[in-house]
Design a protein around this ligand. Structure first.
Ligand code: FMN
Ligand code: SF4
Length: 424
C-alpha cells in the first residue's frame, strides 16, 4: 500500500529542526511568539474565538468537542476571574502524544495558551501535568521562566496592556485527574473526585470561577490556526473533523511511535505504511483505535477514516487517537483482563455502578483467564458492563464498560475457548 499525501509537519515541527526548540532563543529564531504578539496587538478576543470556530478545530483530549464553541460558553462579566487549564494529565493507556509535545516543543504549547487565554479573557492559566511526567514538568517550568524573562508571560506582555500568567502544576498520579472536573478538584488541593455536571466548568469551574479545560494538542493547534489561518486548518482532512492530528501507534507493529498525519487518514495506511505493518510477519487480529477505553475493531474493519465522525459511525471512537495493534497470537481474555484491572484500580469510587462494576468485571475476567470460568460468567460480564453505561458522574464507568461489550461482541469465541471443560 502506498502512502497518501503527507503535508508539512506542524505539531511535530521539532523533528525537522536541527536546533533544540526547548531553548527560547531557537524557538524565537524559528518565528516563535510572532503570532501571539501580532494577534494581541491586532485582533480582539471575539475575533480569535471566531477564527478558531471557523477553523473547525475539535478538542484532541478525547471527546472531539468544538473548541471555539466551548470557549463561547465562558460566562463573561461575572466579576470573577476566568481560568484556562491545560490538561496534560495524559493517562489513557495507548496515548503518548502530549508528552512528546511538552518535552520537545514547550513554547508551541505556551504560545497556544497565550492566544487561548487572551480569547477567553483569562489572565491566569495552569498546566496540570501528570505526576509521573517529571521531565516534562521541569522542561515546562524552565520554558515558562524563559518566556516571563522575555516579557511574553506576566503583565503587559509583548508591550500590550494584556496579562497572561502560567503556573505549572504537577498532578497527583491518578487517571481520574485527567477528567476535567477531577482535574479542577485536584488543582484546588482536594481529591480528584469528578463533579456532577451541570454546572459545566465554563460557568463554574476552578474555585467556582468560569474555566476552560483544553488538551495539550488542542492548545498547540491554536498556535497554528492563528498563524496560518482557519482556511489552512480546515483544508486538511474531512470538513467536519479537520486539521493535522497526532496518532500514537503501539502494540504489535514494526515501527511504534507518534505520527502527525491529516485527520481522516485510513487506519490501514496508518498501521501498514506509517507504523511499518504488523511485526514478525504475523496477521492482524484487532485494533483499539482511540485509547483503551474505546470499543475494539476487528482486522476486517480497518479500511476506516480516522476522524471523529467516521470512527463513531463504525461503532468505536477516535478518543485520544491511541491506536493499539494486536496480532493473531493475542490472548483476548488476558488483554481485556489487563484493561479491566486498570479501570478498577483507577475508579474514584463515588458511583456505585463504577465502583462495584469495575471490580466485578476484573473478578470475572480473572476467573475466565485462569480457565475456571463458565458460559454464565460471559453473560454476567456482558450484563454488568451494560449496567455501567451512562449511569455515573463521569465517563470512566463507560470507559471501563465499552471495551468489555465490544470484546465480547467481536471475539466471543476467544472467551468461549477459555471456559472450564464441562463436567461429566
Ligand atoms: C476518566 C477520564 C480521563 C480523562 N483523561 C484525560 C487526559 O488525560 N487528558 C485530556 O486531555 N483529557 C482527558 N479527559 C477528557 C477531559 O475530561 C476533557 O474533556 C478534555 O481535557 C477537554 O479538552 P479538549 O476539549 O481540548 O479535548 C478524560 C476524561 C475522562 C472521563
Ligand atoms: S464514574 Fe467512576 S471514576 Fe467517575 S465519578 Fe463515578 S466512580 Fe468516580
Amino acid at each position: 500500500m502506498t502512502e497518501s499525501a503527507n503535508p508539512e509537519r506542524v505539531l511535530l515541527h521539532y523533528l525537522d529542526q536541527e536546533s533544540d526548540l526547548c531553548d527560547i532563543e531557537n524557538y524565537v529564531a524559528d518565528g516563535g511568539y510572532v503570532t501571539a504578539k501580532r494577534v494581541l496587538e491586532e485582533m480582539s478576543p471575539v475575533e480569535v474565538i471566531d477564527t478558531v470556530k471557523e477553523s473547525g478545530l475539535r478538542g484532541r483530549g478525547g471527546a472531539g468537542f468544538p473548541t471555539g464553541m466551548k470557549w463561547g460558553f465562558v460566562a463573561r462579566d461575572t466579576g470573577k476571574p476566568v481560568y484556562l487549564l491545560c490538561n496534560a494529565d495524559e493517562s489513557e493507556p495507548g496515548t503518548f502524544k502530549d508528552r512528546l509535545l511538552i518535552e520537545n516543543d514547550p513554547h508551541q504549547l505556551i504560545e497556544g495558551m497565550i492566544l487561548s487565554a487572551y480569547a477567553i479573557g483569562s489572565e491566569s492559566a495552569f498546566i496540570y501535568i501528570r505526576g509521573e511526567f517529571r521531565k516534562g514538568y521541569d522542561i515546562l517550568c524552565h520554558a515558562v521562566e524563559a518566556a516571563e524573562a522575555r516579557g511574553f508571560l506576566g503583565e503587559k506582555i509583548f508591550g500590550t496592556e494584556h496579562t497572561v500568567g502560567i503556573v505549572v502544576h504537577l498532578g497527583a498520579g491518578a487517571y481520574i485527574c485527567g477528567e476535567e472536573t477531577g482535574l479542577i478538584e485536584s488543582l484546588e488541593g482536594k481529591r480528584a473526585l469528578p463533579r456532577i455536571k451541570p454546572p459545566f466548568p465554563a460557568v463554574q469551574g476552578l474555585f467556582g470561577c468560569p474555566t476552560i479545560v483544553n488538551n495539550v494538542e488542542t492548545l498547540a493547534c491554536v498556535r497554528h490556526v492563528m498563524e496560518k489561518g482557519p482556511s489552512w486548518f480546515k483544508g486538511i482532512g474531512p470538513e467536519k473533523s479537520p486539521g493535522p492530528k497526532l496518532f500514537c501507534v503501539s502494540g504489535h507493529v514494526n515501527k511504534p511511535g507518534v505520527f502527525e498525519l491529516p485527520m481522516g487518514i485510513s487506519l490501514r495506511e496508518l498501521i501498514e505504511v506509517h507504523a511499518g505493518g504488523v511485526a514478525n510477519g504475523r496477521a492482524l487480529k484487532a485494533v483499539i483505535p482511540g485509547g483503551s477505553s474505546v470499543p475494539i475493531l476487528r482486522a476486517d474493519e480497518i479500511d476506516l477514516a480516522m476522524d471523529f465522525d467516521s470512527v463513531a459511525a463504525a461503532g468505536s471512537m477516535l478518543g485520544s487517537a491511541g491506536v493499539i495493534v494486536m496480532d493473531e497470537d493475542t490472548d483476548m481474555v488476558a488483554t481485556l483482563r489487563a484493561i479491566a484491572h486498570f479501570y478498577h484500580h483507577e475508579s474514584c469510587g463515588q458511583c456505585t455502578p463504577c465502583r462495584e462494576g469495575t471490580g466485578w468485571l476484573e473478578t470475572i475476567l480473572l476467573r475466565l483467564e485462569s480457565g475456571e470460568g463458565t458460559e454464565a460468567d460471559i453473560d454476567t460480564l456482558y450484563s454488568v458492563a451494560g449496567g455501567m453505561l451512562g449511569t455515573t458522574i463521569c465517563a470512566l464507568s463507560d470507559a471501563a464498560a465499552m471495551p468489555v461489550r465490544s470484546f465480547l461482541d467481536k471475539f466471543r469465541d476467544d472467551f468461549l475457548g477459555s471456559l472450564a471443560p464441562a463436567e461429566g
